[in-house]
Design a protein around this ligand. Structure first.
Ligand code: HEC
Length: 136
């Protein structure tokens, strides 16, 4: 009985945390489970989506567009794309979101594979939404 009550409280806490954190997130992101690890403005388990947009849209020859102290790995987009053999941020991020992985923002915290649970068309829509958060 005690365990049941404890897990019910834990579940309620998760639901509440989820609704607070998910405020700005599109319905598709909630439905796809992204909000368990991401918010738009703040780093959670994964990087803030606005920081992802900044990193991929605004990093030029000058280097990092996001606070290097907040993340463990510096974002040099040209290097990341080259390493993975991708021509555009869209192509790389669609593959990364589908397959999951680590090492681009944090040394050891990994993103889970989201495909095939999340369909390719939905992943594309989410990546377009994320990159659209900041102008190129
Ligand atoms: C279990 C937690 C978790 C879930 C669920 C999750 N992510 Fe992530 N995400 C992460 C982590 C951790 C990273 C950073 C990985 C790294 O350091 O390379 C990340 C990175 C990213 C990046 C940046 C990738 C890069 O290499 O620059 C994007 C874009 C992203 N996530 C989108 C999504 C989308 C869209 C969903 C939902 C379909 C999602 N994430 C679900 C944890 C998660």
């Amino acid at each position: 009985m005690k365990t049941i009550i404890v897990s019910m409280i834990a579940a309620a806490g998760l639901v509440m945390a989820g609704s607070v954190m998910a405020e700005d997130m599109p319905a598709l992101a909630k439905k796809s489970g992204c909000t368990a690890c991401h918010t738009i403005e703040k780093k959670l388990v994964g990087p803030a989506w606005r920081d992802v947009a900044k990193a991929y849209n605004k990093v030029g020859a000058t280097g990092t567009a996001v606070d290097p102290k907040a993340y463990q790995v510096s974002q040099k987009v040209s290097a990341i794309l080259k390493e993975h053999g991708k021509a555009t941020p869209e192509a790389w991020l669609e593959e990364k979101v589908a397959k999951g992985g680590k090492g681009d923002w944090f040394k050891s915290t990994a993103m889970i594979p989201n495909a095939p649970r999340v369909k390719a068309a939905d992943i594309k829509e989410l990546v377009d939404f994320i990159l659209g958060l900041e102008k190129k």
